[in-house]
Write a protein that binds this ligand. Structure first.
Ligand code: NAD
Ligand code: UDP
Length: 331
């Protein structure tokens, strides 16, 4: 370990592998599961940037080495190819658990990471989702709302998986005294987002760049609230470092219909972009907007970047990756 005095003096907890990085601030060893993915790679940048040691665990199911390749030369960065459905033993202070494509990872991966947190005394943060509210009957959604999820529906594998992950997290806290944090993340966008995983922002942006019509599902009047990734990362770190367990909604309350989103993409990328209506998927939530009063008050956090400012920040990254695809280099 080398000393690094470049980071903040904020006091933090932490039990292993610590060396001084400033007055009252020790370098921590932090695991980010899913750290080669969209959100995780931005989080890894932030943690490395403030002087901590970061171990990314990722099986590259949806993540890409390209997202973290710029960190490879940093001696404080490590990348482990590993599936969190299998257990792993590491000495760490904090675990940001972001790995998750679907229910099996939600449940088994969360169980393994909670087991690790218990064994080594690390603080554990679960990246849950606004999908725990299902097709909400309360608007905007507060953390006290229990949700409206169809347990046998097409999307319930993800939703119920995350709900189970929240349950396990609270059980490990109550039963084993693990220090836990729960974030309920609302729709987030930004550079490094998966190009083709079917999310609405990535679809519209990629379609507009490729000069294809933007596919609006259903009548396009359903709403979502879109958060820029750096706001989310700030919220995750504030939650991890703070004293409150949560759950906390982390999202931007700016609410848009899909037709309004298409307008913003059109204004940002290509004024001649068109839309094409397609049938909607089953159980699609009609509206979603976070009530973030709790995070504002207890974490002193709120998003700073509105959609019209954030969207242009992802366009170059998407253009480059789409261009490379065309040249057969892959995205
Ligand atoms: P992402 O797909 O880009 O990242 C997930 C990462 O986890 C990928 O790198 C993937 O390879 C890895 N991974 C998946 N299964 C794994 C396994 N079994 N073992 C190890 N690694 C595995 O997705 P993201 O958007 O960055 O999401 C990160 C987290 O935030 C997820 O838990 C997701 O549920 C949550 N979330 C995201 C959003 C959003 O809008 N992006 C909204 C709500 C919740
Ligand atoms: N959607 C759309 N066109 C697309 C992809 C999605 O109109 O090409 C709609 C989808 O029906 C949903 C909303 O956009 O109402 C958000 O979908 P996404 O999968 O991005 O997020 P989630 O439904 O998980 O909030």
């Amino acid at each position: 370990h080398t000393q690094d005095f470049s980071v903040s003096t904020k006091p933090v907890h932490g039990k292993v592998g610590r060396v001084p990085v400033g007055i009252g601030r020790r370098r921590m060893r932090i695991v980010v599961t899913g750290g080669a993915g969209f959100v995780g790679s931005h989080l890894a940048d932030k943690l490395i940037g403030r002087g901590d040691q970061v171990i990314v665990i990722d099986n590259f199911f949806t993540g890409r080495k390209e997202n973290v390749v710029h960190l490879f030369r940093n001696p404080r960065f490590e990348l482990i190819r590993h599936d969190v459905v299998e257990s792993i033993l590491l000495e760490v202070d904090q675990i940001y658990h972001l790995a998750c494509p679907a229910s099996p990872t939600n449940v088994m991966g969360t169980l393994n990471m909670l087991g690790l947190a218990k064994r080594v005394g690390a603080r554990f943060l679960l990246s849950s989702t606004s999908e725990v509210y299902g097709d909400p009957l309360q608007h905007p959604q507060k953390e006290t709302y229990w949700g409206n999820v169809n347990p046998i529906g097409e999307r319930s594998c993800y939703d119920e998986g995350k709900r189970t992950a929240e349950t396990l997290t609270m059980d490990y806290h109550r039963g084993a005294g693990v220090e836990v944090r729960i974030a309920r993340i609302f729709n987030t966008y930004g550079p490094r987002m998966c190009l083709d995983d079917g999310r609405v922002v990535s679809n519209f942006v990629a379609q507009a760049i490729r000069k294809q019509p933007m596919t609006v599902y259903g009548d396009g009047k359903q709403t979502r609230s879109f958060q820029y990734v750096s706001d989310l990362v700030d919220g995750l770190v504030a939650l991890m470092e703070g004293e409150h367990i949560g759950p906390f909604n982390l999202g931007n309350p700016g609410e848009f219909t899909m037709l309004e989103l298409a307008e913003v993409v059109k204004d940002t990328i290509d004024p001649s972009a068109t839309i094409e209506y397609k049938p909607n998927t089953a159980d699609d939530p009609h509206m979603r907007k976070p009530d973030i009063s709790k995070a504002k008050e207890l974490l002193n956090w709120e998003p700073k970047i509105p959609l019209r400012e954030g969207l242009p920040l992802m366009v170059n990254d998407f253009r480059n990756r789409i261009l490379n695809e065309g040249e057969g280099k892959g995205a």
